[in-house]
Ligand binder design. Structure first.
Ligand code: ADP
Ligand code: MG
Length: 698
């Protein structure tokens, strides 16, 4: 048996109890799992600082000296804090143990020399280290330690003594048992051309580096490998798919499209819309199936692009459908499409949960006999019962709730898979799109229709209600409408609701002259829709809601978006919410309300929002601040993110490199049969077997 498949229990220092812990907490079951559990950072332990050199912004550092005396402070029932006053001859600092016990006096005798390792903080005008890592200086060869790796561990593990240091010991034991070089997983032609170190060297250096250079080379190699196999998987799948399914050829642009373009189009297309239409036409006329992601900020005119694409499908004798995530949105789309197509002989129908009985049968029949040209609807459209005569194009608005599995369902609706256009207003940075939607081509509308006034974003503290209310009142008196959003905490819906109810009452008292609507997650869909309708029709002037405000709802008369406790929202959420206003000709405002005390990151988010309206800039910033795992849309996209070492936000260039290498190989060996690449195809199969997320994308 391959030694790496060995049960982790048999590694000296593990045993059954620790095995359970490792398995439950970190998913480590074998030697291999431990080997692939990488440190998240390193600390240079060759350097010893003087206490006089410390600054509060330093990360983990080490100092060397001895404890002069101890001090005990009672902090409640049988609890005490123990403080050791520590000196290195150049200064004094405090070592602090909360809930300290007698063992501290025994372990860290006064006068004995120790190397103390920890993060310095300032308390009461003095540097202190709480719960420092202490080593007997006479036992420790500092120069031998080199770079110390840090491993993530959980609270449970720490309680059982499984600290980062313990993990470090385990990986070192494991490496010492691996006498044979570890198997290489990248072919020579890649490693040598890209100057990557071997897998064996990389895995050893990543756990046991001697220098910063070691850590960098090891990380580079392992990151590349990780990204490369993801790209190889995606591209191989895409190429397979392309060979298997022919796409409908919509080369023809005919009567409906031309009529619309010359007679019904009420305005000039923006340059970006023209470019994107061009890309879509090329795609649909290429003979292969289109899988295209259309990204464009809220209000950039994606619907029109969708409509024109659908007309091309109709001109080629096919049907098209347009899917929205909610009923309200579907109805709005229906209205938009009908308005645009006024006077034209195109049958447009709606299919949602509320279309029932006779009406529903008529629509379904019309789909089967081909008399319905465009179907607008919700997810009801992809139900098995819905059959088309010839579905040629499916447009999906807002990709969030539309993963790969749903896309696959569409393919069953016609002989060949229909062309698919997925539209989203949550821009995804390019490197991320390449990874999540590796099989999708991407089009971008990066230009708003002319005449839009950029939304003005303002930050207000929650004490400034007088000026906030005055601003709201002024806008409503000008005839506009206002959204007020309360944050939603998933963990405590009750509190949210209370928060919202209280807020609603306060607002009602503050604005007795206006009518207010209220929407929250606990309401029935029917009630929600009715309340929403009132606002859409202008019967109420203020909509007070938790974040359930339907994505994409279009109320051009709403010109103010107030977001309370804005610090609780992520950047893309804030941007999405802001996109609800600025849809009319009037100057619109987004007001972010927060408390006075803000964490550094939060302040950054608010600043970014106030500085830019550009969704792409915001998405990039969001990715950098939060990491890709939390990014909206990634969870539902079909490929969850649990990269072991690469970081899509920071490693954009590597993603690009990995993609290019993988593309070359797929182009050169589309049937996976060349022996020169057999190492790669075998490895890919292995990875697909063990990695659930990967399996999900095909
Ligand atoms: P998105 O779906 O991208 O958020 P929409 O398609 O709803 O944006 O477009 C927003 C508004 O802009 C709509 O009222 C639409 O009619 C209008 N619009 C679209 N394209 C143009 C254009 N080229 N010039 C002027 N207005 C446009
Ligand atoms: Mg839209």
């Amino acid at each position: 048996m391959d030694i790496l498949s060995q049960d982790i229990m048999y590694l000296p220092g593990v045993g059954p109890n620790r095995k359970t812990l490792l398995s439950n907490e970190l998913g480590i079951n074998t030697y291999r799992d431990l080997l692939e559990c990488f440190p998240y950072k390193y600390v240079d332990r060759t350097k010893v600082y003087l206490i006089s050199e410390l600054t509060p912004d330093m990360p983990f550092v080490q100092i060397k000296g001895h404890i002069v005396s101890f001090e005990e402070i009672d902090t409640g029932k049988r609890r005490k804090r123990i403080i050791g006053h520590f000196t290195d001859g150049h200064g004094i600092c405090d070592l602090v143990w909360f809930n300290g016990g007698q063992y501290i006096y025994k372990s860290y005798a006064v006068g004995k020399e120790f190397v103390v390792f920890g993060k310095p903080t300032v308390y009461g005008g003095r540097f202190q280290f709480s719960h420092p890592d202490m080593d007997d200086a006479s036992q420790l060869q500092l120069n031998d330690m080199g770079m110390q790796p840090f491993y993530s561990t959980t609270e449970k593990m720490k309680k059982a003594g499984m600290t980062s240091r313990a993990m470090e010991r385990l990986t070192k034991t494991l490496l010492s048992k691996l006498n044979e070089p570890l198997q290489e997983t990248l072919p020579d032609f890649i490693t040598s051309r890209l100057h990557l170190i071997s897998r064996d060297a990389a895995l050893r250096k990543i756990h046991y580096p001697k220098s910063v250079d070691d850590t960098q080379r090891a990380r580079l190699r392992l990151k590349f490998e990780e990204l490369f196999y993801i790209q190889l998987n995606i591209l191989r799948y895409a190429s397979d798919h392309r060979r298997k399914y022919r796409g409908y050829d919509f080369r023809h642009v005919g009567a409906q499209f031309n009529w619309f373009y010359t007679h019904n189009l009420p305005f000039e297309l923006t340059g970006a819309q023209k470019r994107v239409m061009h890309e879509i036409r090329n795609d649909m006329g290429s003979g292969r199936q289109m899988n295209r992601l259309l990204q464009g900020d809220v209000g950039s005119g994606k619907t029109l692009v969708a409509l024109m694409s659908m007309l091309i499908a109709i001109d080629n004798g096919f049907q098209a459908c347009l899917m929205a995530p909610t009923e309200i949105l579907a109805e709005q789309h229906l209205q938009t499409v009908k308005d645009f197509l006024k006077g034209m002989n195109v049958r447009v129908e709606l299919l949602t949960g509320v279309v029932k009985g006779k009406r529903r049968r008529e629509v379904l029949d019309g789909l089967v006999d081909g008399s319905v040209n465009i179907l607008v609807g919700t997810h009801a459209v992809i139900e098995d019962k819905v059959q088309f005569s010839r579905l040629g194009l499916a447009v999906v608005d807002e990709q969030h709730r539309f993963g790969v599995a749903q896309r696959a369902k569409l393919w069953a609706k016609s002989e060949n898979p229909p062309h698919v256009l997925v539209m989203t207003a949550t821009p995804i940075p390019r490197t991320l799109a390449m990874t999540i939607y590796g099989d999708l081509d991407v089009s971008i509308i990066d230009e708003l229709p002319p005449g839009r006034k950029p939304i003005e974003t303002i930050h207000r503290y929650d004490k400034q209600t007088t000026s906030l209310y005055a601003g709201i009142r002024k806008q409503i008196q000008l005839g506009r409408q206002v959204y007020i959003v309360f944050p939603l905490i998933k963990e405590s819906e009750k509190m949210d609701l209370k928060n919202l109810e209280d807020g609603f009452e306060t607002l009602k008292e503050a604005f007795p002259e206006f009518r207010l609507s209220k929407i929250h997650g606990k309401m029935k869909d029917k009630e929600k829709e009715a309340e929403m309708e009132k606002f859409v029709r202008g019967e109420t002037q203020m909509l007070v809601a938790t974040t359930v405000i339907e994505v994409g709802v279009n109320v051009p008369n709403a010109s103010v978006m107030v977001i309370l406790d804005a610090q609780r929202f992520g950047l893309s959420q804030l941007h999405q919410l802001r996109g609800r206003v600025g849809r009319g000709a009037e100057q619109s405002y987004c007001i972010l309300v927060t408390g006075y005390e803000l964490a550094k990151e939060t302040r950054k988010r608010i600043d970014i929002m106030c500085q830019t309206n550009d969704g792409f800039e915001i998405a990039e910033a969001d990715l950098k601040l939060r990491g890709p795992g939390d990014l909206e849309g990634t969870q539902q996209s079909g490929v969850a993110f649990d990269l072991k070492i690469a970081d899509i936000a920071r490693d954009g260039q590597l993603v690009q490199m990995a993609r290019e290498e993988a593309q070359k190989i797929v182009n050169d060996d589309p049937t996976c049969s060349k022996s020169a690449y057999s190492l790669l195809w075998t490895r890919l199969k292995e990875l697909r077997k063990t990695n659930i997320n990967w399996a999900a994308i095909s």
